[in-house]
Design a protein around this ligand. Structure first.
Ligand code: C2E
Ligand code: MG
Ligand code: MG
Length: 756
């Protein structure tokens, strides 16, 4: 450790030059060639420092400097600061200058590390006084005069060594201090980095030690939980948990998470809590380890309210019907499945109520889609109010609503709900000057009697609903097995119709129009029937809407047109008085490509003159007031074909609309005629329609005349043409031929009578 070439420097300060000489003799014996004392000193050294007696061991070398006055000594110390003195022997009395104490004070101001030995012959100062003046110092010793050689050498040796060790220690300490400063700066930097990271995170963070004391937290944590300073100041986890728990919907959840985290320290945990204010926080907790020993836990709180809201919205979007906000098919099926499982457990019933809005298509077509949408939303609201909380209302699409009624004990409960539905949706709605009430057809199926799966229950409720439609709408039917046999599924029917059209299964019936004064047949309406190979003769209600939906109506309509024109020509050829045949045209058909060319071709092929053909259009056609419709209508008119407005009064159109279209005839819907003689509202309406139609120079035909009273009413009100069961139901071509023949015969008879 000690550099071998290091020679300690010693300063002797004494006003007596003889003393200088003595020191030289004592400390530099080699210079004095005092080999005896050298050997002695060696021996002393060996005994003192327990070094082995080694013949080669030499006395230490010193470099001695001398000063006779304090000022002189101070100068030397200052000058030699590059190679400082290790030890100074200072005489206590040195007249006329500074005494030893003063000298030491002055020197220590320049170099406080020099080991001082005060040399004194008698007590100039007591030790206490000296200490008082110089202060307690480990670098100060007293040497009594006269000197003992060995004592001087011992002092020189051990003090210079002490000085050396101290200076080395000093270097080492400075190095250490520098290192500590550097490390502290580095630590501060990384601490600052950690703090700013902690503060810049969007999560609230809390660090707690194993005893539950708070170690650290960030500002975000305080903000998220709104924790007041008074709580944080307590510095304990329990107080924070208590404060936070008060904000939770179910505090128990958080408490149990915390409990399990502290029972098993070495786990990571994740949980989610809902706050009373609607927010949701995710909580991550993981052990805080220092050198692999768990010293606490880090709690990380993340506000996921926005993400949650978005997820909920997405889920809602995926499971609800956009138009009405009701559960969609997917969610509804799910609910039924759950309800089935529950009903099985509890041995209860459940019911599926299938509701289809009557003539919704007409409303939609004639009043526009936004009105249709408005109506569907209104119905959805009404239905939701009718059912109990545990029940579900859903829209399967279009105007089909389905309800799931759970926990029933009998069919009567479902009947009550179904009745309520019909009465509620019938209460009028007023929208932009239109007041309308709708009716619906309902079919109901029950679990477990009518099916044990979602599909079977819905299918059977659907079948029962079709029966209600068939039986005149606005009614309720419970499913029974016989219905199923009668009503094939829609899909089968669609296939059948496709094939049926190719196999010419569509037949045409005719229903005459009568002159009410003369009872003469003035025209016939062609009405489609479908001769189904299995189901028998089907009415339009069973296949026309299907044909419309599938687009098969164009092919069907073309067939009817051809048959009707051909038949009419046949009657003319047979010699009957020529009459007009009226053919119903759907709006799809009218708008289909080249409809005018199809008409032209049929007239050519059948040879029927265009004046004997009339097309019946519904109000939905003209409400759709587009250029295309206007153009085709004009083309038809120009061909010499007549146009009549069918079912007038049901489609919410006004007579004003009619002005823009070249109609020849207006057919008042049978719903107005059916009880016109007993219902004054209907009667007034019919009278008004007749008056206005006359004004517009339109012929009037009344539909649905079933009684003599109605006939009288119409005649009285100047409606001279009618169609109805009173005269004839729609009949096949042979029967119609018979009627025409009979009429021809009657006329001929009357003519003969006249002649006679
Ligand atoms: P529509 O054009 O209004 O035809 C008149 C309907 O009223 C016929 O029903 C007829 O049987 C019925 N009717 C006639 N007189 C009376 C009566 O006194 N009382 C009652 N209650 N009803 C009476 P049908 O034949 O069942 O036809 C229903 C509808 O099917 C037709 O109504 C028409 O819109 C449509 N349709 C029939 N054939 C065709 C066709 O070839 N093409 C198109 N596009 N639609 C057709
Ligand atoms: Mg018609
Ligand atoms: Mg009609």
């Amino acid at each position: 450790m000690e550099a071998t070439d290091w020679i300690p420097r010693i300063l002797v300060v004494d006003d007596n030059f003889a003393i200088h000489h003595d020191f030289r003799k004592i400390l530099l014996p080699s210079e004095q060639d005092d080999s005896v004392s050298a050997t002695r000193l060696n021996n002393i050294k060996n005994s003192l420092f327990q070094e082995e007696n080694n013949a080669n061991l030499k006395l230490p070398l010193y470099k001695l400097d001398f000063a006779s006055q304090g000022e002189e000594a101070l100068k030397l110390v200052k000058n030699e600061s590059d190679n400082p003195y290790a030890v100074a022997f200072v005489d206590i009395r040195m007249p006329p200058g500074w005494d030893g104490v003063e000298t030491i004070q002055q020197i220590w101001r320049v170099d406080p590390y020099i080991q001082m030995v005060i040399c004194t012959a008698y007590s100039d100062y007591s030790w206490d006084e000296t200490i008082k003046k110089l202060g307690e110092s480990e670098n100060l010793l007293i040497l009594k005069k006269p000197f003992d050689v060995i004592e001087v050498r011992q002092l020189a040796y051990s003090l210079s060594r002490k000085w050396k060790i101290q200076s080395q220690l000093d270097v080492h300490m400075t190095g250490l201090e520098n290192l500590v400063t550097k490390r502290t700066a580095a630590l501060e930097t990384s601490l600052a980095l950690i703090r700013s990271t902690l503060e810049s995170t969007a999560d609230g963070i809390l660090v707690v030690d194993v005893s539950g004391q708070v170690v650290d937290f960030n500002q975000k944590f305080i903000e998220m939980w709104n924790i007041p300073q008074t709580v944080m100041q307590k510095n304990n986890f329990d107080s924070i948990v208590e404060f936070a728990s008060n904000q939770l919907k179910t505090p128990k959840k958080l408490i149990s998470v915390i409990k399990s985290n502290y029972e098993t320290l070495n786990i990571d945990s994740f949980s989610e809590v809902d706050l009373k204010n609607g927010k949701t926080f995710e909580i991550y907790s993981l052990p805080h380890k220092v050198r692999n020993i768990i010293v606490g836990r880090v709690w990380d709180f993340r506000d996921v309210s926005e993400r949650k809201k978005m997820q909920d919205a997405l889920l809602k979007e995926a499971t609800t019907d956009q138009l009405t906000g009701l559960p969609n098919r997917g969610l509804f099926y799910d609910r039924i499945n759950q309800a089935i499982a529950e009903a099985e457990r509890n041995k209860t019933f459940l019911a599926i109520v299938f509701l289809d809005i009557d003539r919704f298509k007409l409303i939609n077509d004639s009043l526009g889609h936004s009105m249709g949408d408005y109506l569907l939303r209104a119905i959805a609201r009404k239905l939701s109010k009718i059912v109990r909380k545990a029940d579900t209302v859903s829209r399967l699409g279009g105007d089909e609503f389905v309800l799931l009624l759970t926990d029933l004990h009998g069919k009567e409960q479902a009947q009550l709900v179904a009745n309520k539905i019909l009465s509620k949706i019938a209460s009028p709605l007023e929208v932009e000057d239109h007041k309308f009430s709708v009716t619906g057809s309902i079919g109901v199926s029950f679990y477990p009697n009518d099916g044990t799966t979602v599909e079977a229950l819905i299918k059977n409720a659907d079948i029962a609903m079709y029966v209600s439609k068939e039986l005149g709408k606005n009614t309720i039917n419970f499913y029974s097995e016989s219905m199923s046999r009668k009503f094939l599924t829609r899909l089968t029917l669609e296939n059948d119709l496709r094939e049926g059209l190719d196999r010419n299964e569509i037949v045409v019936f005719y229903q005459p129009f009568i002159n009410l004064n003369t009872s003469e047949i003035v025209g016939v309406e062609a009405l489609a029937r479908w001769q189904h190979p299995v189901l028998g003769l089907l009415q339009p209600v069973e296949f026309i809407s299907l044909a419309e939906e599938t687009g098969l109506i164009c092919q069907l309509g073309e067939q009817v047109l051809k048959i009707a024109c051909k038949q009419n020509k046949k009657w003319q050829i047979a010699g009957y008085k020529p009459i007009q045949v009226s053919v119903n045209i759907s709006s799809k058909q009218l708008k289909s490509a080249k409809f005018d060319e199809i008409l032209k071709k049929i007239l050519e092929e059948t040879g029927l003159d265009s004046q004997y053909l009339e097309l019946e259009l519904t109000e939905s056609v003209i409400m759709d007031n587009t250029e295309d419709v206007m153009t085709i209508v004009k083309k038809i008119k120009n061909m010499g074909i007549s146009l009549s407005m069918d079912d007038f009064g049901t489609g919410y159109s006004s007579l004003n609309y009619l002005r823009h279209f070249p109609f020849d005839k207006l057919k008042i819907d049978k719903s107005f005629i059916l009880n016109a003689e007993s219902n004054s509202d209907n009667a007034n309406l019919v009278k008004t329609i007749i008056a206005m139609a006359k004004n517009l120079k339109l012929n009037i035909v009344a539909e649905g005349m079933e009684t003599e009273e109605q006939r009288e009413f119409l005649r009285k009100n100047n409606c001279l043409e009618a169609q109805g069961f009173l005269f004839s139901k729609p009949i096949n071509s042979e029967h119609m031929s018979d009627l025409l023949k009979a009429q021809q015969f009657k006329k001929a008879e009357q003519g003969e009578n006249h002649e006679n």
